[in-house]
Design a protein around this ligand. Structure first.
Ligand SMILES: Nc1nc2c(c(=O)[nH]1)N[C@H]1C(S)=C(S)[C@@H](COP(=O)(O)OP(=O)(O)OC[C@H]3O[C@@H](n4cnc5c(=O)[nH]c(N)nc54)[C@H](O)[C@@H]3O)O[C@H]1N2
Ligand SMILES: Nc1nc2c(c(=O)[nH]1)N[C@H]1C(S)=C(S)[C@@H](COP(=O)(O)OP(=O)(O)OC[C@H]3O[C@@H](n4cnc5c(=O)[nH]c(N)nc54)[C@H](O)[C@@H]3O)O[C@H]1N2
Ligand code: SF4
Ligand SMILES: [Mo]
Length: 681
């Protein structure tokens, strides 16, 4: 008789929804995967990408055993080797690098291929190992660093309101976020509020899938959101709708900030943002009249020179109206700030032999080409595909092509980045290993139980680093802790919101809501900032205000490259993941760039034509789509296409390695380009 099992797990994608899933296993093989109907946020559904998880896991291009490079770097030619040989070679090379250049010449480069606390980005499998070697620290700033820094300056952590509480709002503003593509489980809470009469407003330079569903859509020029927010506050204060009592009791720097608001009447903001003054006034009045207003602001609007400032000023809207104190009011950005697992116990940064330098994930090209004392000599790329995902693709390629660099890539697929590896190691993926998860769009934790045995010679990253440590003869006992023990150390935090959440319970139930108060009103009586108040002015970041986008504001560059290019989440891929799935590639329609009809006409370009999208950093090829979803001067493409499957380059060929105002984040959507026609092939 065939045996059939249901195994509880969690989606590991870098996606706010952190879904709970159920794997059906028949005779040791995973034959089905679906969303967990009992999870209040997942409610039974996965998404267009992850519905193809098992199909992708079994794709013929899956890497199932260690590989050693045989061709030139970047060519992607490899031979199969055994684990023993692979670990032996890595151990020898790392030993040599540490001896000659010191531990800091090693860069452990973790990406967001899995957010698992054990196998991936959140907890950094191998971090203890690299700490013992004294490797450089890695600042994983590529996603939310600017916004988190902006939110932290204002409210003391990324935290914010519980996105589920959008259901209790009278007005919902989806600001620089496209949830119907980038985290659709939020939508049921939006719809609940709408059924009870809430109005939905989208603020996005592009008329996205989400913006089309809104009652109202405002399309500011990219990177100008803080000016828009200040003008909305101008209207609110003009109507006397500020909550003086809340401002006096719970905020710092209000008088000064009020002066700043006065500098942004709607007419001025209209010039900066391209949104008509009348529409700014109307939205300001609506916020003034509606309590509470919930703002969902995620990553899109923070990928600009002033990304941190934007989140900071937007967080000021509910501080002025007092909505931070109400259920259904405030800003929902990333809930990570509410997760108090004991990361320090997992990471063990105390194992470092001394202080180490930090290298920026978003500046890999610079890290490999310009950093000295010591230069990076060994690069470990784990769950990351920086050639596809990181700014300034051509610089990244030049760095990875260095002959004196030893590169190890741990990835289940032969990515654009794996092509540059000296050694490729095959990891297990989610339904084949154990892991502990949060969701950065909700307040639940989850345990992912392995459902099937690893295919081929794949190993969990945790086990890979245990074996590598043994091979290098490292005697630090904590390098050999089991996955379960690591999870227990994380959960041993004494924070009250983790009370009652044990590994046994998570294992049995699959997920658990953190033990937060109900209703969840963390800002009713103050904020976890240094002053205990909402900080319009902070000691570190000064007074909140508008920081203009860098490339849009650069007159000379703007004249040379007339389009502001946005490369946001694609509906079919998850960052670069699924970019090698045939059906999802087909559905994506390939790499496209959308422009307004006026811009196409001015260049003699036609719909469906192949074009070159470029600037002085590089270029990529795309199919032109003419649409009124963008205004003249704005061009929209998508992240996630594999460069080697899209003619050799994707959107990151034109993006600069430049930091945001706060947090050192990347500026993906703060990029100018020119678009020219290509001859028909
Ligand atoms: N132009 C542009 N570029 C962007 C963005 C943008 O908006 N525009 N967004 C950025 C954002 S938000 C992010 S977060 C980054 C993400 O960029 P990356 O960190 O590169 O993330 P992914 O493409 O999701 O995954 C990286 C790799 O992890 C591998 N992987 C999957 N599961 C596992 C596993 O269990 N173990 C191991 N070892 N590997 C695994 C996948 O095969 C994939 O090759 O991209 C950024 N890049
Ligand atoms: N399907 C799918 N889902 C994903 C991902 C994916 O690649 N595919 N990626 C995941 C990851 S890693 C992340 S970080 C999140 C990201 O998801 P989101 O937070 O939604 O971020 P983006 O897709 O970068 O941008 C969202 C919207 O912001 C708009 N935008 C760009 N610049 C500006 C601006 O200056 N102002 C305003 N108001 N809007 C602007 C874009 O046009 C876009 O529609 O999604 C996650 N979910
Ligand atoms: S990618 Fe996001 S929406 Fe899709 S299954 Fe994973 S967590 Fe859920
Ligand atoms: Mo991200």
């Amino acid at each position: 008789m065939p045996t059939e099992l249901k195994v509880l797990g969690a989606c590991p994608m870098d996606c706010p929804d952190g879904c709970s899933w159920i794997v059906t296993v028949r005779d040791g093989e995973a034959v089905g995967l679906r969303g967990n109907p009992d999870h209040p946020y997942t409610r039974g559904a996965l998404c267009a990408k992850v519905n193809r998880w098992l199909e992708r896991a079994a794709q013929p291009d899956r890497i199932l055993h260690p590989l050693r490079r045989t061709g030139r770097k970047g060519e992607g030619r490899f031979e199969r080797i055994g684990w023993d040989e692979a670990l032996g070679e890595i151990a020898e090379r790392l030993d040599g690098v540490v001896r000659e250049h010191g531990g800091e010449a090693i860069w452990p480069y973790w990406g967001s291929g899995t957010l698992g606390y054990l196998q991936g980005l959140e907890g950094y499998a191998g971090r203890r190992f690299f700490n013992v070697l004294g490797a450089s620290a890695h600042d994983a700033n590529i996603c939310s660093a600017a916004g988190s820094a902006g939110m932290t300056a204002a409210i003391g952590s990324s935290g914010g309101m519980d996105p589920q509480d959008l259901a209790h709002a009278g007005l919902i503003i989806l600001w620089g976020t496209n949830p119907l593509t980038s985290g659709h489980h939020l939508w049921k809470f939006v719809q609940e509020a709408r059924k009870a009469g809430a109005r939905l407003v989208a603020i996005d330079p592009v008329r996205t899938r989400t913006a089309r569903q809104a009652d109202e859509h405002l399309a500011p020029l990219p990177g100008t959101d803080a000016a828009l927010a200040l003008a909305l506050l101008h209207v609110i204060v003009g109507l006397g709708a500020q909550d003086e009592e809340y401002l006096r009791r719970h905020t710092l720097g209000w008088d000064e900030f009020r002066g700043r608001i006065a500098e942004f009447p709607p007419e001025r903001a209209a010039e900066i943002t391209g949104v008509p003054a009348g529409r700014i006034a109307a939205l300001g009045e609506r916020i003034a009249r509606t309590r509470p207003t919930a703002i969902r602001a995620t990553q899109g609007l923070q990928r600009h020179a002033g990304g941190g400032a934007a989140l900071r000023v937007i967080a000021g809207i509910p501080a002025v109206t007092g909505d931070w104190a109400l259920r259904g009011g405030g800003v929902a950005s990333s809930t990570s700030g509410h997760v108090h697992l004991d990361k320090a116990a997992l990471w063990r940064d105390d194992l470092r032999p001394g202080p180490v330098r930090t290298l920026s994930m978003s500046r890999l090209g610079e890290g490999l080409l310009d950093v000295r004392d010591p230069p990076v000599k060994a690069l470990f790329v784990m769950a990351a595909n920086p050639v596809a995902s990181t700014p300034h693709q051509n610089r990244v390629r030049r760095g990875l092509a260095r002959d004196d660099l030893f590169t190890v890539v741990i990835d289940p697929f032969p990515t654009d980045t794996a092509d540059y590896a000296d050694i490729v190691l095959p990891p297990t993926i989610q339904h084949e290993h154990a892991d502990l998860h949060e969701g950065y769009g909700h307040l639940y934790l989850a345990w992912n139980e392995p459902a099937v045995a690893p295919p081929g010679e794949c190993l969990p990253a945790t086990e890979t680093f245990r074996r590598l440590a043994r091979r290098m003869g490292l005697d630090e006992p904590s390098l050999y802790d089991s996955d379960e023990s690591l999870a227990e150390q994380l959960l041993a935090s004494d924070h009250p919101w983790l009370a009652g959440i044990t590994l046994d319970r998570l294992r049995a139930e699959g997920f658990a809501r953190m033990s937060v108060p109900d209703p969840f009103l963390p800002y009713a009586d103050g904020f976890p900032t240094p002053s205990g108040r909402f900080e319009f002015r902070s000691a570190d970041a000064g007074l909140a205000g508008y920081v203009p986008p860098a490339e849009v504001a650069d007159g000379e560059r703007a004249a040379r490259y007339p389009f502001a290019l946005i490369s946001a989440a694609s509906h079919e891929f998850l960052n670069s993941q699924f970019g090698n799935n045939a059906e999802l590639r087909r559905r994506s329609g390939g790499l496209t760039v959308r422009v307004h009809e006026d811009d196409a006409k001015a260049r003699g370009l036609t719909d469906g034509q192949r074009v070159r999208v470029g600037n002085d950093r590089g270029a990529f090829e795309a199919v032109l789509k003419i649409t009124d979803e963008v205004r003249p001067g704005v061009a929209a493409t998508e992240k996630g296409h594999w460069a080697k499957l899209a003619g050799g380059a994707n959107a990151n060929a034109v993006v600069d390695e430049r930091d945001t105002d706060l947090g050192g984040g990347p500026v993906f959507h703060d990029t100018r380009v020119e678009i020219t026609g290509l001859p028909r092939p």
